[in-house]
Design a protein around this ligand. Structure first.
Ligand code: PEP
Ligand code: MN
Length: 335
């Protein structure tokens, strides 16, 4: 249920609604917006009706939300969610994230991070814990990887994005990560999603490789329902009959998600492309379709990369790619 407040409603009116919701043993989620404040109510099994709220001070209207996802929905919050990380406003500014698939030995990781920083990108991605398809493949440097990421943060003033695989390592990962990445294989790991609802770190949630958008949005809803509203959605390609690329980048998902949700929508062209030469065209296509950011795998010695070298983008080419991207963004801004 969604309680839309009048423009004249005061903070005290909103607090009163939250108190009433709590007394009914439900959860309230105030959603301030430029035009209006709304309070979303979750946990209602049906016994609480709009009449419970309709006459409370400051209430404009009470709407039943029929969709299975509520907090993520554009109906609930009309304005785009903006997540402030350092001086960056994810969801308002275009967000560029780049780095190797895995955290590598300290000297290599520092070299890559420096090159990426030099291209004007402040967000560094690299997995310390890697969800590899086979058990004999490199599984990530683990805690040592987190230590190296902390060094990247400290010495280069970069923000780090790194993947979480399980609830056990969450406290350690949350300590270092500026953004915690949930990979495609864990999108439906509901116990992990519930724990991510309790941390303060923004979460970059990748779409499951065969998830519908409803399933994807409900995964985000799990995190928000736990109280963490800073969720970034990431389209990274899905499984189809296509065998010409690693995955099929679902370009249409971008405008559809932007219509259905207020959360930032970014794209990972690397895991969709699977090969370096297809990364730039997918980046530009995703940008044209309305992506609000790109997360890209980059390595200066792809053949020596610990993982996913075949799709790694040359860090020295990231500046040129950003210039192209800027032109696309200017083109779509023309009405
Ligand atoms: C990754 O970002 O390196 C990764 C494992 O991505 P995905 O979960 O999209 O496969
Ligand atoms: Mn990878």
């Amino acid at each position: 249920m969604l309680i839309v407040m009048q423009n004249s409603a005061t903070d005290a009116d909103v607090k009163n609604i939250c108190d009433v919701v709590r007394s009914l043993k439900l959860e309230s989620h105030p959603m301030p917006g430029a035009q209006r404040t709304a309070v979303c109510i979750t946990g209602n099994k049906g016994s609480v009706t709009p009449e419970h709220f309709a006459n409370l001070p400051g209430v404009k209207e009470v709407i039943r939300v029929s969709k299975p996802y509520k907090l993520v929905s554009r109906e609930t919050k009309q304005d785009d969610t903006v997540i402030n990380i350092g001086e960056h406003a994810v969801g308002a500014d275009f967000t560029m994230i780049a780095g190797p698939c895995s955290v590598e030995e300290e000297s290599i990781t520092m070299r890559l991070a420096e090159k990426i920083k030099k291209s004007g990108i402040d967000f560094f991605r690299a997995g310390a814990y890697k969800p590899r398809t086979g058990p004999y493949a490199f599984q990530g440097l683990g805690e040592e990887g987190l230590r190296i990421l902390a060094k990247v943060k400290q010495e280069l003033s970069m923000h780090v994005v790194t993947e979480i695989l399980d609830t056990e390592t969450l406290p350690m990962v949350a300590e270092v990560a500026d953004i915690i990445q949930v990979g495609t294989r864990n999108m439906a790991n509901t116990s992990l999603l519930k724990q991510l609802g309790k941390v303060k770190n923004p979460v970059l949630l990748k779409r499951g490789m065969s998830a519908t958008l409803d399933e994807f949005l409900q995964a985000a809803e799990y995190i928000m329902a736990g109280g963490n509203y800073n969720v970034i959605l990431c389209e990274r390609g899905i499984r189809t009959f296509n065998d010409h690329c690693r995955n099929t980048l679902d370009i249409a998902a971008i405008p559809v998600l932007r219509e259905r949700t207020h959360l930032p929508v970014i794209v990972d062209p690397s895991h969709a492309a699977g090969l370096t030469r297809f990364v730039a065209p997918l980046t530009l296509a995703a940008t044209a379709a309305g992506a609000q950011g790109i997360i890209i795998e980059a390595h200066d010695k792809p053949t020596e990369a610990y993982s996913d070298g075949q799709q790694a983008y040359e860090p020295a080419k990231l500046s040129a790619l950003q210039q192209q991207l800027h032109i696309v963004r200017e083109a779509i801004a023309i009405d």
